[in-house]
Design a protein. Structure first.
Length: 197
């Protein structure tokens, strides 16, 4: 098998995403990456990160590859978990305190920051509509985030999200209450639960 064929197999194996590091680890010269970019088979999306032109339409995936520290959150996470019918106009992400969000904001993202010790709380991977996995927060963390940001949220979206969450079979109320305590929204969450449960 030629190096170019090996590279194409590697790209297929990793669902259309390849890094320079991975190519070199498999003893394939990085010049073959450049050749695929010149031919239009690959697109360079960040330093050392390339994607197949077949997955080019998945903006969420591309943003995640380019900005690996961010986690999709708030309204975007609601959408990914099917806790809202509203398509996010601008993607909403969370980054840890100390991360400079200027570039993210320039790209049209709404950015929230959180203490480093809470940043990965509830992080999970979920498939986009294109079938690619991106980092987001689980349903319980997302509900808490929406409640923390309730003054900037449409009340009907918050109510609908909580109703949808409570009707889910996979809900974990113990985890929800634990997160609510850590994120200091326990007193805000309780009235919703008392009315809707």
């Amino acid at each position: 098998m030629s190096s170019i064929e090996e590279l194409k197999e590697l790209i297929k194996k990793y669902d259309g995403v390849i890094t320079t590091k991975l190519v070199e680890k498999n003893n394939i010269h990085r010049e073959y990456l450049r050749g695929l970019v010149r031919n239009g088979d690959l697109e360079r999306v960040a330093h050392g990160v390339y994607i197949s032109t077949e997955i080019w339409g998945d903006q969420m995936m591309i943003l995640q590859l380019r900005k690996s520290k961010m986690i999709y959150s708030h309204e975007t996470a609601l959408y990914l978990h099917d806790l809202t019918d509203r398509d996010p106009i601008d993607y909403v992400v969370t980054v840890p305190h100390g991360y400079n969000p200027t570039r993210l904001k320039k790209e049209g993202l709404k950015v929230h920051t959180v203490k480093r010790e809470l940043f990965e709380l509830g992080m999970c991977y979920i498939e986009t509509t294109f079938g690619n996995k991106v980092k987001t927060y689980d349903m319980e963390r997302t509900i808490c985030d929406i409640l923390r940001d309730r003054n900037n949220q449409d009340p009907s979206v918050v109510n609908d999200a909580i109703k949808r969450y409570l009707s889910r079979k996979g809900k974990d109320l113990n985890k929800l209450m634990k997160y609510a305590g850590l994120l200091r929204v326990e007193n805000v969450l309780r009235p919703y639960l008392e009315v809707l449960l």
